[in-house]
Design a protein around this ligand. Structure first.
Ligand code: NAP
Length: 270
């Protein structure tokens, strides 16, 4: 199936991003794949090119660096590619006490907030000028709730939701859609990458997690249907609804206790 449209997927080297890229290639989208691991992107390009009649370009880039979004846009310009579908999926978490993590949060915040914002502004402007296009931002259920030990990560995902909903209204008049998808636990490398050591937590997260494919399918369907925001999975819809009814301060206390219990097999859990 050839549709002559280009989608850009960040964080395409693994997890949800890889599945998003696979689904979009199956739908006939040409792809720009972005992540740090250039070798993994090339592997995926080979795999998807063999199965689908699509064009694929890889751009290896650390999206937590200043100017990364401009570099990605310049790459697309140099390849004469206009992006129809921007999938801002790349993100990382950071587990631990905020005062102990200190500056470690900065890289995560740049990736989850700053670069995502710049990607939306740069590619969104280009889409607005062409009066067409769609943007997907991946948030998190954690973005609806203050989450001790994931304090800055959860807050960064709160930003993603709020920003996406506002941007949707700004860009709607140009015919450009913005969608935010909020997943809960997903069975990917995310837990290991965010520095959590508790096996108890990881088991819980795995048992209650959705597959990367299921989240990717929800993300692709939601953005193509131009939904405003979607909580991925029935359980997450219920959790998010219920947590919205609880006063935020009490919610933070409940989550703090739940985190303590979930990480009780590690000494430093607090
Ligand atoms: N897993 C969960 O439980 C969960 C829950 C809710 C929301 N989410 C959100 O879902 C999205 C996808 O997460 P995932 O579970 O698929 O995570 P993952 O398995 O850790 O994959 C993260 C992807 O982002 C890329 N990435 C990380 N840091 C990057 C950087 N500095 N520059 C460029 N690319 C970078 C990684 O590629 P490289 O390492 O090659 O750069 C990888 O492709 C994220 O936004 C995450 O916050 C995840």
């Amino acid at each position: 199936m050839e549709i002559n449209k280009w989608a850009l997927v960040t964080g395409a080297s693994g997890g949800v991003g890889k599945e998003i890229a696979t689904i979009l290639a199956g739908k006939g989208y040409n792809l720009v794949l972005v992540a740090r691991s250039g070798d993994k992107l090339e592997e995926l390009k080979k795999e998807l090119s063999e199965k689908n009649k699509v064009e694929i370009k890889c751009f290896s880039c650390d999206l937590s660096k200043d100017n990364a979004a401009h570099e990605v846009f310049n790459f697309c310009e140099s390849e004469k590619i206009k992006i129809d579908l921007l999938m801002n999926n790349a993100g990382c978490g950071l587990y631990g006490s905020s005062i102990e993590l200190g500056d470690k949060a900065v890289g995560m915040l740049k990736l989850n907030i700053i670069t995502l914002t710049q990607m939306c502004a740069i590619f969104g402007k280009d889409m607005a000028e062409r009066k067409s296009g769609s943007i997907l931002n991946i948030g998190s259920i954690a973005g609806n709730q203050p989450t001790p030990m994931f304090a800055s990560y959860a807050a960064s995902k709160n930003y993603v939701l709020s920003y996406s909903l506002a941007l949707r209204h700004e860009l709607g008049k140009y015919g450009v859609n913005v969608t935010c998808v909020q997943p809960g636990y997903i069975r990917t490398s995310f837990d290991n990458n965010c520095g959590i050591v508790s096996e108890k937590y990881k088991k819980f997260s795995y048992k209650n997690g959705m597959s990367a494919y299921a989240v990717a399918k929800c993300a692709v369907n939601s953005v193509l249907a131009k939904r405003s925001y979607v909580r991925a999975g029935f359980g997450n819809k219920v959790t998010a609804f219920a947590s919205g009814l609880i006063p935020k301060n009490f919610l933070a206390w409940c989550i703090s206790n739940s985190m303590k219990s979930l990480t009780s097999d590690t000494k430093k859990a607090n």
